[in-house]
Design a protein around this ligand. Structure first.
Ligand SMILES: [Zn+2]
Length: 497
């Protein structure tokens, strides 16, 4: 659910804008960004990827990654040149079989000039041979590759792909994946989807993973290290593969006591969100020292720190809720982050209710009362928070408050109809906050503009009358802290950075 560690986002955004080459103006040159105002250089224009085939080899001792990416795409305009987003060293690029020339620019642009111009609407195959040491590569002053004592992990948001495969790095361009990684015998390579096979030969083992449903680039993950794998099947019949670093120490028990409940939690979530959308499920806990978790598709990444004070099923609920809200239906632009985080946080509130540790209404009341009107918390607008506040706590907590306000406005029946209908309406696609409001209005037949404006777009604490209308408690009667509060808050610890 969380992200970037080192660079202030505002600084990052400023550098992004400087990174756009002037040559973007040429009509047959693919734009170096897909058009997201929060991150102008992220993703690229001129083509749409359908599949990534990544055939890699990784040496944990040196952190050296090498391999070949074969990218299947279709052009959306005439192209004499186009970009991929990538940081490692490129040895060769081929486009439709012929060697292409290439150059790097900006913070993470790989500019590719095919031997022959590409016509709009035609299929294109791009082969990129590359190598490098991901932990030594930075963009905007940070690295998303987590070096561990026994390997490395790619998991971050919005940026993770640049360190391990060339891509059109934006949620708008989803694709299927085959990820095949060769690692020394005794080491495991974990990725998304189904483990198709493992093959050992001459001291190396190749791990073959497949994601056969569209997946955003930031939701693709790779973890290499010494892992212990567990397998199972959910009540609903979905195969589960979990992986735990063999070096979790005292946190090992709490990690397993949480992540082993993945199947149970996923089955429980289907009651609210509808059928689980993928054919694989699980989670993994590498021995990183980061503080966040991430909803990498079918197999979330969990930091051991999530389990430092004992088990925390709430974080599993959060990341699995994202499989519907974030992964199945992804943001249209990064400003739409509430579509992901407001709902994942609200799922934690529903789980709290399920566990008898505080109802969603009690959590909403407590959240509302915890932040006085002059708290900067209320200046963050979850519906369009700005890149610097994209993962601010207000996107989560005020975001979930907005959902409780909506629930109180339209009633339980309509609210839970919305929760279940939305993932189907935009399945495997993208949607915006405005799309959700329109959908809610469509389903309920009521104008909801004022409610969404109050809770998601005003830089101030909703006034007591608005709060009362939403049945939220006022400060005159301070609510007690729900039992689940601390476990839910423990999932926020990226803020320690
Ligand atoms: Zn999240």
């Amino acid at each position: 659910m969380h992200r970037r560690i080192t660079v202030p986002a505002a600084l990052g955004a400023a550098s992004v804008m400087l990174a756009i080459p002037a040559s973007a103006a040429s009509p047959s040159t693919g734009a170096p960004g897909i058009g997201d105002p929060y991150y102008p250089a992220y993703g690229n224009g001129g083509y749409d990827v359908s599949h990534y085939d990544l055939r890699l080899k990784y040496q944990p001792a040196t952190d050296r990654l090498e391999g070949t990416a074969t990218i299947l795409a279709r052009t959306t305009q005439d192209l004499t040149r186009f970009n991929l987003d990538f940081l490692l060293d490129v040895g060769e690029v081929r486009v439709n079989g012929a060697k292409a020339s290439f150059a790097t620019s900006g913070e993470h642009e790989l500019e590719i000039t095919p031997k022959s111009p590409l016509r709009k609407g035609t299929p294109v195959t791009v082969v990129v041979r590359y190598s490098g040491v991901p932990s030594s590569e930075q963009a905007y002053g940070f690295t998303s590759w987590h070096r561990t004592p026994d390997g490395g992990v790619a998991a971050n948001e919005p940026e993770a792909a640049w360190w391990w495969f060339p891509s059109n790095d934006h949620p708008l361009d989803k694709a299927t994946y085959d990820v095949s990684v060769q690692v020394p015998d005794g080491t495991q390579a974990i990725s998304n989807g189904t483990l198709q096979s493992t093959v050992s030969r001459l001291g190396w083992t190749r791990w073959n993973w497949r994601s056969d449903k569209p997946q955003a680039t930031y939701l693709a993950t790779l973890a290499v290290g010494r892992f212990d794998l567990t397998t199972g099947t959910t009540e609903g019949g979905i195969p589960v593969v979990n992986a735990y670093s063999k070096d979790l120490g005292a946190r090992d028990g709490a990690a397993r006591a949480s992540v082993e409940r993945t199947g149970e939690v996923a089955d429980w979530l289907t009651g609210y969100f509808g059928p689980y959308p993928y054919n694989a499920l699980g989670g993994y806990v590498p021995n990183t020292d980061t503080g966040y978790a991430l909803e990498t598709q079918t197999r979330p990444f969990y930091s051991p720190r999530q389990f430092a004070n004992g088990s925390n099923v709430s974080v599993v609920v959060h990341e699995l809720a994202h499989q519907w809200y974030g992964d199945l239906v992804s943001v249209r632009g990064w400003k739409d982050i509430w579509i992901n985080e407001g709902f994942a946080r609200y799922a934690q509130w529903l789980w709290s209710e399920h566990e008898g540790e505080g109802t969603a209404q009690e959590l909403a009341d407590y959240t509302y009362a915890s932040h006085p009107a002059d708290d900067p918390f209320w200046t963050v607008r979850p519906g369009d928070p700005g890149p610097e506040n994209q993962f601010d706590i207000a996107v989560y907590d005020r975001g979930a408050l907005a959902l409780q306000a909506l629930r109180n406005e339209i009633g339980d029946e309509a609210f839970f109809t919305l929760l279940k209908g939305w993932p189907q309406k935009y399945a495997h696609g993208n949607a915006s906050v405005a799309d959700f409001r329109r959908y809610a209005e469509e389903v309920t037949g009521r104008p909801l503009d004022a409610l969404f404006d109050t809770w998601l777009y005003q830089p101030s604490k909703p006034a007591a009358p608005a709060a009362r209308a939403a049945a939220l408690a006022t400060a005159s009667d301070a609510p007690a802290q729900p039992k689940s509060w601390k476990k839910i808050a423990a999932t926020n610890d990226v803020h320690e950075h």
